[in-house]
Design a protein around this ligand. Sequence first.
Ligand code: ATP
Ligand code: MG
Length: 327
Amino acid sequence: MSGERVFSGFRVTGEQHIGNYLGAIKNYVALQDSYECIYCAVDVHSLTTLEDARLVGPNSLQSATVMLAAGVDPARSIIFVQSHVPEVIELAEYFAMLTPLSVLTRVPTFKEKVQQQPENVNLGLVGYPVLMAADILTYKAALVPIGIDQEPHLELTREVARKFNNHFGDTFPEPKSVHTETPLIRGLDGQAKMSKSMGNAIPIAATEEETTRLVRSAMTDPQRQRRTDPGRPEVCNVYSLHEVFTPGRTAEIHQQCTTAAIGCVDCKGILADSINETFREFRARHAELNAKPDEVRAILRDGAARARVIAQETLAEVRDRIGLMPA
Ligand code: ATP
Ligand code: MG
């Protein structure tokens, strides 16, 4: 067991999908064997974009249930809800004073959100990476399992850590990302990143029927108009997903696609079966845990208590380093 700490989190904006699983959750589970891991249902960040705040509570429970069903082990790792450890908000405020607005407005995810919700460009949205830096650095995490899309945010976390250390003395590590072999999964539209909030996702906890229906709606090679046209697997997202979910049959599927021996409907049928097979055990565990919300709530309460001990220690050190007058 290494002395280094791992931290990562999830916005509670909807059901976790196969992109979240392949880009992040898989590593959450694997890293537990070697590190002290802390995983968080990120509810405060969700408020930057969520239209209906009443969903944040139920979604937090649901996100935690998915993480537990996927194999996050509360006996070894801490799993908690972000707002249950309010120290992080205080740290974010100190970090805000060290972060130029010009840096934050250049962050790619901020620019995207401005386009997606021009009527709601709030202070929390521009400060998103500052709160994320506080999430990670409250626990002095050295490693952060994330998908590629989060890389600019982590770069900003390192900048914040460096700046704090330069101003107030060595306090924080500069955390590194940990990627899986599949750090970027495209959505059902075949173009954009699969995202909870974009309606282009396959939830990992979907039923087999829902999965089949969603896979059937996926974009394939746009040039393949008729069943008899040969397909081009290299531009087809369904084929990319076969590489992940049907690894033993990709040569066969490639050959059948390029010779039009199978059509997209058949190809998607095989993919849906592979996805359903991959998540069968997970879904059984998920259904069991879903029926025991009080058990999940107790795990989250215990996680928050353990996380808070670390957070209070860090914040005491931070206030001292900054030179605030002790209470
Ligand atoms: P939202 O649309 O609400 O931002 P999201 O699907 O982007 O939701 P997040 O909660 O922002 O999910 O991210 C959780 C974790 O999953 C992060 O580590 C992120 O990098 C990773 N992740 C998200 N989408 C993908 C994807 N399509 N491929 C690989 N990893 C992903
Ligand atoms: Mg996201």
